[in-house]
Design a protein around this ligand. Structure first.
Ligand code: NAP
Length: 279
């Protein structure tokens, strides 16, 4: 069985990948308490004698809005941290997979495919792209977008944020003139399973099969979970980024290369989530 060393294995995406692929691969988790990726010496001493076949790097500074205030920390984790782990893994000639984001694109001229040119708008996207640049052509880059899952105590994704607001009868003001590509994390895990078993140093987009506006997304959540749509009002992208900068406007990301795993659209993904939640 292939041994996968994984950073970020207790995060939103990583923990579900481990849950779903535990029978396919042997995971060796590297939590930040054991290996802080910004600590070069620690990274070297943890990895130097570790036995693994593939290194799956998810650990990142992921708070998009806050990254613009905590620029140095975002850089340290996403750029220097990536370099620290990649330097050791590549010196051992092991396979490396870097999980990246649709936020490497500026959202001005969609759609975005694997061969589109990145030009990030905020600090989070910039630092994730700088991470890509370090490993480009020497590792696999897998870009994901707006990941969601049925449950995860530690962090709410956009879907559970919308759902919780509506359940608590709190109003939501959602953007109409923008696009997002919601991606079911279970699909990311199964797509990744194929890519791990068929490794190549290329870029892949593992993203949902449909892009829609955040407003349509919120309405879909309300309808499917029978929550009150009237709580959802509208705003514009221009108003929203005054408070939360760093968001690309039209994040319509697609894949030219994914002929190996059929990703779900948002509504179908949510129907599976509903079944998983048994509601
Ligand atoms: N969530 C999204 O909307 C989204 C969208 C597109 C792409 N992505 C990418 O997908 C990946 C996973 O995202 P996520 O949302 O699952 O992340 P997350 O839940 O925010 O978790 C971040 C992970 O990174 C680890 N980490 C942070 N700083 C670290 C450090 N200095 N050393 C070692 N580990 C560190 C954290 O460990 P601790 O818990 O120990 O701090 C945690 O496991 C990231 O690379 C992200 O850029 C995410």
């Amino acid at each position: 069985m292939l041994k996968i060393a994984i950073t970020g294995g207790d995060g939103l995406v990583g923990s579900r990948i481990i849950e779903l692929l535990n029978n396919d691969f042997e995971f060796i988790t590297l939590p930040s308490s054991q290996m802080d990726i910004t600590n070069k010496n620690q990274v070297f001493s943890v990895l130097k004698d570790l036995k693994f076949d593939v290194f799956l790097h998810l650990a990142a500074y992921t708070n998009v809005a806050k990254a613009n205030e905590e620029k140095d920390l975002a850089y340290k984790i996403n750029v220097e941290g990536t370099k620290n782990v990649f330097d050791v893994v590549s010196s051992q000639k092991k396979k490396f997979i870097y999980i990246s984001t649709d936020f490497v694109f500026n959202g001005k001229n969609p759609p975005y495919f694997e061969d589109s040119s990145p030009s990030p708008v905020g600090v989070y996207g910039q630092t994730k792209y700088q991470g890509e640049e370090i490993i480009k052509n020497q590792a696999m880059i897998v870009r994901i977008s707006y990941p969601y899952r049925a449950s995860f105590e530690k962090k709410r994704d956009f879907f559970r944020t919308f759902k919780t607001f509506l359940e608590e009868k709190k109003p939501l003001k959602i953007i109409t003139n923008s696009l997002m590509t919601p991606t079911f994390i279970d699909d990311i895990a199964y797509g990744l399973k194929y890519l791990i078993n068929n490794f190549s140093n290329e870029i892949f987009h593992l993203v949902g099969s449909q892009s829609l506006s955040p407003y349509e997304t919120a309405l879909t959540v309300a309808r499917l979970f029978k929550l009150d749509e009237r709580l959802i009002s509208t705003t514009t992208y221009e108003e929203y980024i005054k408070i939360k900068p760093g968001l690309p406007q039209y994040s319509d990301i697609r894949s030219k290369k994914n002929n190996f795993y059929q990703m779900n659209d948002f509504e179908t993904g949510l129907k599976i989530v509903k079944k998983q939640l048994q509601i």
